[in-house]
Write a protein that binds this ligand. Structure first.
Ligand code: SAM
Ligand code: DTB
Ligand code: SF4
Length: 342
């Protein structure tokens, strides 16, 4: 079996379990199930692959903030918007590793580094590679999100030992041009293919609450699940509205619709980790609990995401205690349950 296949949640799972032929009609029908039926189906799918009381914890660091040439309508880091954010250069390797050490002490098992680039330059990659090697040496999994990658860049990152690359589709192909004009949906699919071909695990999801309709949520999830292999991690972000961005007055989303999106993602990609990603700061404990019930089993911990706030860790700990949730041990994450069965 090739390295690429081994890195995929599809690797050891009979084809009848992991599907890549979802139609919009059947996914639309999932979204419209009575809530109890939907959650039951999602829990059943989740428990086939995961311990339902374990949640994986990642920490994020913005290693290069702001001044981005892209025009993603949700993003405080785009140079197109005046959000009051101060742009900064790529952080020094030593400073990143110091932050990573703190995250490890706080219990993170995966360290994700994000840069506000359209795509990395080769000399930037040299530095990021040192960061990846330093974080790996601490015993954490590594993830980076650096914008578009060509095949050679993806190979270099794989060679450096990178575990995950995050690159989101964000929304449906139809709604995408309403949100971003500086790179195409196909550009994103090409980057995902380069990452997959290099044998790096894929972290790919989207954002909910950008004024999209149900059909766009269906379109996003159908595109993700019908990729040649399901992304190992699927972050579902709730839009964080930042003043000055194009989407700062997007209509509020019914939290139940957010939970439904998580549940449908889990039913469609049961062996993948579904990450309850941005947006927890403004979510009630009860909504988060419903997300975990719907099959979300990964979060970002630490008081900051990239540039916006995230719940303080003691707040998360209290919620975990109330729900009886345990941190997922690294050994289980390193190989998803599907891979472990090989
Ligand atoms: N520049 C790189 C890129 O776009 O690929 C990496 C960083 S970018 C901030 C990573 C992802 O964060 C975006 O694709 C988007 O899904 C998410 N994101 C950015 N701003 C957000 C916001 N205000 N609310 C929710 N998610 C957001
Ligand atoms: C992802 O899907 N969500 C994270 C991570 N990938 C890089 C980023 C969320 C960013 C939220 C806005 C901010 O903090 O700037
Ligand atoms: Fe730049 Fe990424 Fe923000 Fe888009 S999402 S503006 S590419 S940092």
């Amino acid at each position: 079996m090739t390295e690429i296949a081994a890195a995929s949640p599809d690797a050891a799972v009979p084809p009848q379990i992991l599907r890549h032929d979802w139609t919009r009609n059947e996914v639309d029908a999932l979204f419209r199930l009575p809530f109890a039926d939907l959650i039951f189906e999602a829990q059943t799918a989740h428990r086939r692959f995961f311990d339902a009381n374990e949640v994986q914890m990642s920490t994020l660091l913005s290693i290069k903030t702001g001044g981005c040439p892209e025009d993603c309508g949700y993003c405080p880091q785009s140079a197109k918007f005046d959000t009051g954010l101060k742009a900064s250069k790529l952080m020094a390797v030593g400073a990143v590793l110091e932050e990573a050490r703190r995250a490890k002490e706080a219990g993170a098992s995966r360290y994700c580094m994000g840069a506000a680039w359209r795509s990395p330059k080769d000399r930037d990659l040299d530095q990021v590679i040192e960061m990846i090697q330093g974080v790996k040496a601490m015993g954490m999994e590594t993830c980076v999100t650096l914008g578009m990658l060509d095949g050679d860049q993806a190979q270099r990152l794989k060679h450096a030992g990178l575990d995950y690359y995050n690159h989101n589709l964000d929304t449906s192909p139809e709604y995408y041009p309403e949100i971003i004009s500086t790179r195409t949906y196909q550009d994103r699919l090409d980057t995902l293919a380069n990452v997959r071909d290099a044998g790096i695990s894929v972290c790919c999801g989207g954002i909910v609450g950008m004024g999209e309709d149900l059909d766009d949520r269906v379109g996003l999830l159908v595109t993700l699940a019908n990729l040649p292999a399901h992304p190992e991690s699927v972050p579902i972000n709730l839009l964080v509205k930042v003043e000055g961005t194009a989407l700062d007055d997007a209509a509020p989303l019914d939290p139940i619709d957010f939970v439904r999106t998580i549940a449908v993602a889990k039913i469609m990609m049961p062996a993948s980790m579904i990450r309850l990603s941005a947006g927890r700061e403004h979510m009630t404990d009860e909504t988060q609990a419903l997300c975990f019930l719907a099959g979300a089993n990964s979060i970002f911990i630490g008081a900051k995401l990239l540039t916006t706030d995230n719940p303080e860790q003691d707040q998360d700990q209290r919620l975990f205690d109330r729900l009886g949730i345990r941190p997922m041990p690294l050994a289980c994450e390193a190989a998803t349950p599907a891979q472990a069965a090989e």
